[in-house]
Design a protein around this ligand. Structure first.
Ligand SMILES: CC(C)(COP(=O)(O)OP(=O)(O)OC[C@H]1O[C@@H](n2cnc3c(N)ncnc32)[C@H](O)[C@@H]1OP(=O)(O)O)[C@@H](O)C(=O)NCCC(=O)NCCS
Length: 423
């Protein structure tokens, strides 16, 4: 266990402390009051053997964090990943080093469990870079006018749409299966690895409705009644002087091919009484963006999505594939995990049938071609940030300019990373 600031100590969270653990999160995040409907719909999902807190010498819990045991899809592969979550420090104990204490423990424990990577959603973007996490993906959100035009897709018109009330129990597996199928091949597209997380994905307690109707489920089906796309949404009754102006809030939407994507969004963009449709988090190359005739009017809003931290550099780098052949020596700086610090040679082998390359990673004696902090390696890991762009602002140092171009190309990936749900 790590040393905590004087007056504090790290502590495991046992079953009898779950309520205390949850109360710290509620104070840190200004959560509303819980009620029986909320508790019944939204189970506590942090595995207890991965929940850790900080208590005072007197035994009062004042800071918490936890992690999920995920498989993180990488470019062409996947790796075990500690999904950091529920990070909170009671407001009257903040800025005393408790987060830093918890983060050192989290990095070491995750590494000890054989997880070469950790990932998170940052509540505020200034927090996690100091711990070696790099911003590895962006998402966009759109607010579309009703009736926004889409380019044609053959086969879309033959698909059927069903609109019904969401039944969390009955629809849970259908939503989970479509989520997995629609995101296959996209780096960062984490699956919910437990029943509790799958339940939360379709939970619809009144406290979450913010003035809207109960959640509705839209499914797109083919002639054989196979479901090929879905959306979870709610409309908000809004009457103005000019008539109905309901906004449609789409919480999640995914489809397995272009025709289903077209059918799904054509339907969502043409609901009676509505005025606008706001999307959830979309990848920067989401098919909807390619189908929209006008992407300017919706004024896309860009924000950071997943943050990634490499805990075991060689295991992480061999856990993904590369878009081009490569033989490079990277000098990695890691102030928190000395096992990563130093020079690594990354050498790709033969191209696979899909034209991508696996890599062998070993300690290097040769002089480094590129020098970078583990944070920047995490940022580039999912293929969504260019090492060349990071070099252009001084975050990567290139000792050989040709190596920068080749490495940036090899680390890139044709499918943009995204995790479409916050954990
Ligand atoms: C964010 C939070 C966990 C930080 O906890 P903390 O115990 O105050 O953090 P520490 O005292 O260990 O601070 C470590 C460093 O991070 C910095 N830091 C902490 N919170 C920060 C923030 N929100 N933005 C930027 N920097 C931050 C500190 O200034 C300190 O910097 P230093 O090492 O240069 O001195 C805590 O303020 C909190 O619970 N906030 C509300 C909930 C939240 O945002 N949780 C994060 C979920 S992803």
């Amino acid at each position: 266990m790590h040393t905590a600031p004087a007056g504090y100590r790290l502590t495991e969270i046992t079953e009898d402390r779950v309520e205390e653990y949850r109360s710290i999160d509620a104070l840190a995040f200004a959560e509303g009051a819980r009620d029986t409907a909320l508790d019944a719909a939204v189970p506590f999902a942090v595995p207890l053997d991965r929940a850790v807190g900080v208590e005072t010498d007197a035994g009062e819990l004042v800071a918490v964090h936890g992690s999920y045991a995920f498989r993180l899809p990488t470019p062409g592969g996947e790796v075990p990943c500690a999904g950091l979550t529920w990070v909170g420090v009671r407001p009257d104990h903040r800025r005393r080093g408790l987060l830093s204490t918890m983060m050192r423990a989290h990095l070491d424990r995750s590494l000890g469990r054989g997880e070469p990577v950790s990932a998170l959603f940052a509540a505020e973007p200034g927090i996690y870079g100091r711990y070696g996490y790099g911003s590895a993906a962006d998402h966009v959100r759109l607010t579309l006018p009703r009736g926004a035009a889409l380019r044609d897709v053959p086969g879309s018109a033959e698909l059927r749409v069903r609109f019904e009330s969401l039944d969390p129990q009955a629809h849970r597996d259908l939503v989970d299966g479509l989520h997995a199928a629609a995101g296959a091949g996209r780096p960062g597209w984490v699956l919910r690895g437990s029943d509790a997380l799958r339940t939360i994905a379709v939970a619809d307690p009144p406290a979450w409705r913010a003035g809207g109707e109960p959640a509705r489920l839209v499914t797109v089906r083919d002639a054989a009644d196979d479901v090929r796309g879905y959306a979870l949404l709610r409309r908000v009754q809004t009457w103005a002087d000019g008539g109905a102006e309901y906004p449609v809030r789409v919480r999640a939407a995914a489809a397995v091919d272009a025709a289903a994507t077209h059918r799904l969004w054509s339907f969502l963009l043409d609901l009676d009484l509505t005025s606008t449709v706001s999307t959830g988090m979309l990848a920067v190359d989401d098919p909807l963006l390619a189908l929209l005739v006008d992407t300017r009017r919706p004024v896309p809003k860009l924000s950071d999505n997943l943050w990634v931290r490499l805990l075991d550099v060689p295991a992480a780098l061999t856990g993904r594939r590369y878009a081009a052949p490569l033989d490079v020596v990277l000098h990695v700086r890691d102030a928190l995990l000395p096992g990563n610090d130093g020079a690594w040679r990354v050498v790709t082998g033969e191209a696979g049938t899909d034209g991508t390359y696996g890599a062998h990673v070993e300690r290097a004696q040769a002089p480094a071609d590129l020098e970078l902090d583990v944070r920047e390696l995490g940022a580039a890991y999912l293929g969504g940030r260019s090492l060349a762009a990071l070099a252009a602002v001084g975050q990567v140092t290139a000792h050989r300019p040709d190596a920068l171009h080749r490495t940036a190309t090899a680390f890139g990936w044709p499918i943009a990373p995204l995790c479409p749900w916050v954990f």
